[in-house]
Write a protein that binds this ligand. Structure first.
Ligand code: PLP
Length: 422
């Protein structure tokens, strides 16, 4: 391979790990320049829902590229964006009446935080404190990092990150302390709570109970604190339902969506907001404008892909596929639970995870890169979070492909399971 000048994300180039050249993808399989067929066990970083190259999405992108490639979105609109907004209104909670476009999960979070602060300022309140959950991840821009877990990932930027109120993670049996901490922060007049509903992704696939989420939403409502659901990873069927919030019967004031919004084909995000958030900005006074945009806001090609995704959700049995995969994931991870070296085997919807070696997940565990290499040698795209191995495949993955994924994890547990290197 020739030397490349590319600086890859979340990659320590000094470790010299090989960087395969990918030339194609279809369904749950990636093809590489050296002719390998790799199973995509993590949906290409949690984005691919239906599978790579869904024909309807591919066609929508091609047609839209010919018709209208890009148009400024401040003061202009176009049919693909209108179609996405209408489609979202049909399937998302009815109280989320407004749709604001951006380009990534991180920006959808920035937008959510800015909407929350604008809401309070425009109501002549000084509320600005954001409440967050321990181990959360909301993206890598400065604001998104501020509301996410602090650690090795953002130590250098710490001086730039704003203060938040952090509540403990509500692990099973330890739910009361987080709820009390939330109530205390709310009582002191927080502006908003931002959470990943039911499962913290980058924090290590940590699952908590739906009743805790419901209780958190109730406390927020009681103290008028805005409830922001970051469903960037959890939406679009990942946890078994269209939104994870559904399982707790809660409806957020602000909802962040990205990753599966286009089926995982091209970047796009939306932040949906309640009428109250919109009303706080709606005025003849230009100073109350929501001051946020990016050059490619609601890019028509990306919106066409999202519209095709919404049509797939309307017309194909997506939730049935999700239910089948969820069942398979549960069955297979339950089998792994009894394998020596495997700890905390767990699943939620289409996501399954466990720790290998050490019972505690640790992102900088030496096992991480070794497990990554082990799976790569077996033509599997799995990217453990430290010693936390998780499987989050596209919904179209076949039995035989899942079988390969799980037998490799089983073997990895035998090879690495006795080692406690953290
Ligand atoms: C991935 C993710 C983000 C960030 O999305 P990007 O598109 O990578 O910026 C935010 N929140 C959650 C919960 C995520 O999983």
């Amino acid at each position: 391979m020739t030397a490349s000048s590319i600086w890859h994300p979340f990659t320590q180039h000094g470790l010299g790990e090989p960087i395969p050249l990918v030339t194609g993808a279809k369904g749950a399989v990636l093809t590489t320049a050296d002719g390998r067929e790799v199973i995509d066990g993590i949906s290409s970083w949690w984005v691919t829902t239906h599978g790579h190259g869904h024909p309807r999405i591919v066609q929508a992108i091609a047609e839209q590229a010919q018709r209208l490639d890009q148009i400024i979105f401040a003061g202009w609109t176009h049919e693909p964006a209108e179609e996405v907004a209408r489609g979202l209104r049909e399937i998302m909670p009815p109280s989320l009446t407004r749709v604001f476009f951006s380009d990534s999960g991180s920006t959808s979070v920035e937008v959510a935080l800015k909407m929350a602060l604008g809401y309070w300022l425009n109501r002549d309140s000084t509320r600005h404190r954001i409440v967050v959950m321990e181990h959360s991840y909301h993206g890598d821009t400065i604001g998104a990092m501020s509301v996410g877990a602090r650690g090795a990932f953002n130590r250098a930027y710490e001086p730039l990150l704003f203060d938040v109120a952090t509540i403990p993670f509500p692990s099973a049996g330890n739910e009361q302390a987080p709820l009390d901490a939330l109530e205390a922060a709310c009582r002191q007049g927080a502006a908003a709570l931002i959470v990943e509903p039911l499962i913290l992704g980058a924090g290590g696939m940590l699952i908590y109970s739906a009743w805790v989420l419901a209780e958190m939403a109730r406390i927020c409502a009681q103290y008028d604190v805005l409830f922001i659901a970051d469903e960037v990873m959890t939406a679009w069927g990942r946890t078994g339902t269209l939104l994870a919030c559904e399982q707790a019967g809660v409806v957020p004031d602000i909802l962040c969506l990205s990753k599966g919004l286009t089926g995982g084909s091209v970047p796009l995000a939306v932040t949906m907001a309640s009428e109250a958030i919109w009303d706080a900005h709606f005025s003849r006074d230009r100073s109350r404008t929501f001051f946020h945009s990016s050059s490619y806001t609601a890019n028509p090609i990306a919106c066409a892909a999202a519209a095709a995704n919404l049509a797939i959700w309307r017309e194909e049995p997506v939730l049935e596929r999700v239910a089948r995969l969820a069942e398979e994931q549960r069955r297979r991870i339950d089998l792994l639970a009894s394998v020596p070296g495997v700890h905390n085997a767990r699943s939620l919807g289409t996501i399954a995870a466990c720790e290998i070696g050490d019972g505690e997940g640790a992102y900088l565990s030496d096992l991480g890169p070794r497990l990554l290499a082990y799976f790569r040698e077996r033509d599997l795209l799995l990217r453990p979070l430290g010693n936390t191995v998780y499987v989050m495949p596209p919904y179209c993955i076949e039995q035989a492909q899942l079988e390969r994924v799980y037998s490799a994890i089983d073997q990895a547990a035998a090879v690495f399971g006795g080692q406690n290197e953290v």
